[in-house]
Design a protein around this ligand. Structure first.
Ligand SMILES: [Zn+2]
Length: 306
């Protein structure tokens, strides 16, 4: 099981080029050059979806699975709200299913009540969802969002700051726990608030963060089951929504394993092989990029729509 998980993760990592929450963006984004053979069946779907800069003006629908799908009727999260700001605007990834937009606005407002000053929102989805050129295997159906582990400052960030400011690394250097110099109890309360939202299916955080949440949760612990450890996720946390009722072709994720996932359930993540993986002796072969044939047929209409 663990070997299978490690293999899966190696595949997932190989399939995504780096562009992490904390990676800088750009202030002079050039349009992507046209593809020489856009209709070729071997053209990676990420090349096609990355060239769509507008959503499809149809009813909202999440199609397929979080890591192989697309999105019709996407809505943009406004880049400035009373209690949130969108980061890395050059990526044009502040799109989502209306359920995700509503959740983010709700969480931004509720975050104030637990002492968090508002949200800095990282990547959501592209205007038509689909695979991305950089950064994520999921985020394809408009139901995933990355939220920075840095509270919003009390002023409107400039375009430069939104591209080049880094999020806060909250995990200690030895990777065994959070860094007490930057971690606050408000981090726990913010993640708890997100996890307790009934529309949230899963939250991904670094194992060191999960360990801290287990320690700080107190007697009300049911929400911990939704918060699962994953590689990275030490500058941001990742929220995934349930498939909405208006999206019959949205494929749900299996339920998390039973239990709150604390204590020895985290041992695997703190094992030497995971904390300090030995680099592969041979270069790992990258997994072939998804093509349109790997996505639900309806995604072709989403892609082709004017
Ligand atoms: Zn994410």
């Amino acid at each position: 099981m663990r070997i299978a998980l490690a293999l899966l993760v190696a595949l997932l990592l190989a399939a995504t080029a780096p562009a992490l929450a904390q990676d800088p963006g750009t202030l002079d984004k050039a349009a992507l050059p046209p593809l020489p053979h856009p209709d070729s069946p071997s053209t990676p779907a990420k090349e096609l979806f990355a060239r769509k800069t507008e959503p499809v003006p149809l009813a909202a629908r999440s199609i397929g699975f979080y890591s192989s799908g697309c999105l019709a009727g996407a809505v943009a999260l406004p880049i400035n709200g009373p209690t949130w700001q969108v980061m890395r605007l050059s990526r044009n990834r502040n799109w989502g299913h209306p359920k995700l937009i509503a959740f983010l606005e709700r969480l931004a407002e509720n975050s104030k009540m637990v002492g968090w000053n508002g949200l800095l929102v990282g990547d959501m989805s592209q205007p038509r969802g689909g695979p991305m050129l950089t950064g994520h295997a999921s985020h394809q159906v408009g139901l995933d969002a990355d939220i920075w582990l840095t509270p919003m400052p009390n002023r409107k960030l400039s375009a430069e700051e939104r591209e080049f400011t880094s999020a806060t690394m909250v995990v200690r250097e030895d990777r065994l726990d959070v860094d007490p110099k930057v971690w606050t109890h408000q981090h726990t309360e913010l993640i708890r608030t997100a996890a307790e939202d009934p529309d949230v299916e899963r939250i991904f955080v670094n194992a060191a963060i999960k360990k801290a949440l287990c320690r700080e949760a107190g007697p009300d612990r049911a929400w911990l089951a939704k918060v699962r450890p994953w590689w990275g996720h030490d500058y941001h946390f990742h929220v995934r929504m349930f498939c909405p009722p208006d999206s019959p072709q949205c494929k749900p994720q299996p339920e998390p394993p039973p239990g709150e996932g604390c204590g020895h359930d985290l041992d695997f993540w703190f094992s030497p092989g995971v904390l300090h993986p030995t680099p592969p002796t041979e270069p790992t072969k990258p997994r072939p990029a998804l093509t349109m044939a790997n996505l639900p047929a309806a995604c072709r209409q989403v892609l082709m729509a004017p």
